[in-house]
Design a protein around this ligand. Structure first.
Ligand code: PHE
Length: 461
């Protein structure tokens, strides 16, 4: 199903009725919205903090450059050249290459990955929504003394309370449902056009605030001074997994969005733009958070609670803390929303086609089942707080298995598929907009990506 002969005039619907976004920038904004999420704003600062800062950041940057960008190009190309959901995209390409149709299993694994990530993502997004609510309400700026015991207690009581956790994750899930069920243009494209500029604006305001009020120098030192003696093999493994997670790779999101990308946009430029924005936001988030952490003499390696325990403490003590604290948590919520949209779309797109469902029905079924699965994460934080898998709770196990195991397998399989299974004419059709990039792409996807991922995984083990 070649896309070369698509003209801008026929961009509303094409093969099989797949919609294509009208805006030239929509794909970049949507993919950047997918990439920029809790991974950048919540996870990156705390894993960088836990793993010693500079050296970890360097490994992470190398991962983005050496295999993040080539894989991103591969996934955009797979989606756009087939205009299918991830499962059928791999199936169609494998069929044309005369390869085993079971290759579509990689698409199935990717859709499963996005579905499972979303099941816990909505719970953490619910925390952000709850924190926006209580920060705006003045919980952390009230007259009572706010100390670590207080903010720590607030976070612990949230995690211990299934009803509140369910309430806020369901609100978040329903907002995602409303956007996805309204369609690719009227739902996703329209929402993205509003959400992404607001997100960038809030981030700019917050970094200014942090630079004005915090210890910027200490933060820059922490993030960019590489001390390799602090780098453990586990840190390397975490950096690899995180580079997939943060770029939304190996999880069907980019392939699915690629199917809606206009035929004329350059894949290379787009991939660099998306990875560039994502990296910039992660580093910016670090530069917005750590100056405050150091200014207040707090612990940079505080773990997942960094955002929910340390930051409220800081906001309670700073000028206009209630206002900026609320903006901060609202920004987290928006960033989570644009990622959640991209996490739900792969399952919905697949269900629609596989069972010939209406979009609304497919979205409804996805939402309802996700809610049930998300209860596993909710309860693993309180009443079911026992190890179920390799000493990890349900939530930790899901996070670990998706980001580290499923994504590594999916990424290597995608590289092998593009590098060795697809025929050269298929690559030419995939990269019809960037033929000059094919030799470099091929070299990276055949040799650098598999070797690099394998070496790093072995080093980590
Ligand atoms: N990239 C998102 C983040 O950093 C998470 C995500 C993973 C979104 C996979 C889509 C697919 O938070």
């Amino acid at each position: 199903m070649s896309t070369e002969n698509l003209t801008y005039a026929d961009q509303t619907t094409t093969d099989g009725g797949t919609k294509i976004w009208r805006g030239k920038l929509t794909f970049i904004m949507a993919a950047a919205g997918s990439a920029v999420g809790l991974g950048n704003l919540w996870k990156f600062p705390y894993i960088a903090g836990e793993n010693g800062g500079g050296a970890f950041v360097l490994v992470y940057l190398a991962c983005i450059l050496l295999f993040g960008i080539p894989l991103m190009m591969a996934e955009i190309g797979i989606g756009r050249s087939t205009r299918h959901n991830a499962v059928d995209a791999f199936g169609t390409l494998a069929g044309k290459a005369g390869a085993n149709p079971l290759w579509k299993g990689i698409g199935g694994l990717a859709v499963t990955t996005s579905y499972l990530i979303l099941s816990f993502y909505i719970v953490v997004a619910g925390w952000c929504l709850y924190y926006f609510w209580i920060t705006a309400n003045g919980t952390f700026t009230a007259t009572t003394t706010v100390d670590t015991a207080f903010t720590g207690g607030t976070f612990e009581s949230l995690l211990a309370d299934p009803v509140t956790l369910i309430t806020f994750s369901v609100i978040f899930l329903l907002i995602t449902f409303a956007i996805i069920s309204s369609g690719i243009e009227k739902g996703i494209e329209k929402a993205i056009n509003w959400l992404m500029p607001s997100l960038m604006l809030m981030l700019a305001v917050l970094i200014g605030y942090s630079a004005a009020n915090g210890n910027f120098e200490a933060a820059v030192n922490f993030l960019f001074n590489a001390d390799f003696s602090k780098l453990s093999s586990e840190a390397i493994f975490i950096a690899i997994g995180h580079s997939f997670f943060t770029l939304s790779l190996a999880s069907a999101s980019i392939i699915t969005y690629g199917a809606y990308m206009p035929a004329k946009s350059s894949i290379t430029k787009t991939a660099f733009a998306v990875a560039g924005i994502d990296t910039l936001v992660a580093l910016t988030a670090g530069l917005a958070i750590f100056p405050l952490v150091f200014q207040f003499g707090l612990e940079p390696g505080a773990g997942p609670g960094l955002m929910f325990i340390s930051l409220p403490l800081i906001f309670s003590d700073m000028p206009y803390g209630q206002l900026f604290g609320s903006v901060f948590f609202f920004m987290l919520f928006i960033a989570a929303l644009t990622s959640a949209i991209s996490l739900m779309e792969p399952t919905v797109a697949w269900l629609e086609r596989r069972f010939s469902l209406r979009r609304r029905t497919a979205t409804f079924l996805t939402t309802l089942s996700l809610w049930v699965v998300s209860l596993g994460t909710v309860f693993s934080l309180n009443i079911w707080n026992s190890p179920v898998f390799f000493g990890k709770t349900f939530f930790d196990a899901l996070d670990y298995v998706t980001a580290n195991v499923f994504m590594s397998i999916g990424a290597i399989a995608t590289a092998v598929f593009c590098g060795y299974v697809l025929k050269r004419p298929q690559l030419d059709a995939m990269f019809s907009t960037d033929p000059q990039a094919i030799p470099v792409f091929r070299f990276f996807i055949r040799y650098v990506v598999p070797a690099f991922v394998a070496v790093l995984v072995i080093a980590a083990l």
